[in-house]
Write a protein that binds this ligand. Structure first.
Ligand code: DAU
Length: 334
């Protein structure tokens, strides 16, 4: 089975590549990644010499390149992880988000159509639905994205819908809740807070800290995508969540406790513009296929903190140069 995995040097793409290599002994993987700031070859150092794995630098929105990749590699399945993923960066500079999530998805879909690729799985986000005060979004809830990031992702997902309806393409669209796990770039709340505390710095908590997010451990998400590869119905949409919701302030307190730090390390900062209050998705459609999450949020946090504690060589170099410039601008907006 030939996998084209896009954005495979990023956090979730790299976790999935490792999962596929371990799970499918007969697989061959082509990892196509543009290598923007969040891509990191170190994420896959352990598999880079594996004969079943190949890396290619390239942009999913580059039509000539994508045509060539499909022509030569002829994938059996595309797992589209390619995306700029950080909401705050999308607020500062939206264009790159649109290019990858909307134009990039279009380019991949066109190639999937031309080469009659048997399966395409779109990795997307619960953020396309916007914010929900009570209850949970289902797969048929309206899209009401509030950030340039989620609007761009919604664009890609709507193109998937159109290609299912218009061209009958074998696509499955997924909407996932927030990820937690190893190799996450230290701009997202969990790795940012862990690494700041390991460096003796405070943690910048947005607004009143009462925004709610639902969390899934990386490995559980990989198994969910696998379940969809096995049993997902093409043309369908699936939410991937755990029901493990928590306010940011309570999540922060858990991290502080696990690292033996006090609440004086919390630095309240100005809120993110259009900050979605709560995400919550109903994942019963996926669970009906037999999948369930194995890691509680507490277990996931413990494992993740341990990983960052023992991989300082991975994250320390990332927190300099362009990162510091971004970080300082980001928190100087008040
Ligand atoms: O819901 C899935 C989405 O989760 C993914 O589609 C996105 O790619 C991913 O970035 C994530 O979006 P969030 O905006 O929820 O994640 P982030 O880690 O940026 O923020 C999580 C919460 O923590 C959010 O309510 C904002 C807050 N936060 C974040 C940062 C970076 C803070 O309070 N302080 C911070 O410094």
């Amino acid at each position: 089975m030939k996998f084209l995995i896009t954005g495979g040097l990023g956090f979730m793409g790299s976790n999935m590549i490792r999962y596929v290599l371990n799970t499918y002994q007969d697989c061959s993987i082509l990892n196509l990644d543009k290598m923007t700031y969040a891509a990191n070859p170190k994420n896959l150092k352990d598999v880079s010499n594996n004969s079943r794995y190949r890396f290619m630098k390239g942009d999913v929105a580059d039509e000539d390149l994508i045509e060539k990749v499909f022509g030569e590699f002829d994938p059996d399945i595309v797992l589209n992880y390619a995306a700029e993923s950080h909401v705050d960066r999308s607020i500062m500079d939206p264009k790159a988000f649109l290019v990858t999530a909307a134009l990039g998805t279009y380019t991949l879909l066109e190639a999937t159509r031309a080469y009659k690729t048997p399966r395409f799985i779109q990795i997307s986000t619960d953020e396309v639905f916007g914010s929900i005060e009570q209850g949970s979004f289902t797969e048929t809830s309206c899209f009401e994205p509030n950030s340039p990031y989620s609007a761009a992702k919604a664009g890609g997902d709507l193109l998937c819908r159109a290609y299912i309806k218009t061209y009958n393409l074998p696509i499955i669209v997924t909407h996932s809740c927030n990820f937690i796990g190893p190799y996450q770039y230290p701009e997202k709340v969990i790795p940012l807070f862990i690494t700041n505390l390991l460096e003796g710095k405070k943690v910048p908590l947005y607004g009143d800290g009462k925004n709610v997010r639902e969390w899934i451990y990386t490995e559980d998400h990989c198994r969910a995508i696998d379940a969809l590869m096995q049993k997902g119905v093409v043309g369908e949409v699936y939410n991937i969540g755990t029901g493990q919701e928590i306010q940011n302030i309570d999540l922060t307190k858990k991290i502080l406790t696990l690292l033996g730090k006090g609440e004086e390390m919390i630095e309240p900062v100005k809120d993110r513009p259009a900050h979605d209050r709560r995400y919550s998705i109903d994942s019963s459609k996926l669970r009906a296929l037999g999948w369930k999450s194995e890691y509680s949020l507490d277990q996931a946090l413990e494992k993740t903190i341990k990983w960052y504690q023992t991989h300082e060589d991975w994250w320390k170099p990332l927190k300099s140069g362009e990162y510091l410039e971004y970080y300082n601008t980001q928190y100087q907006r008040q």
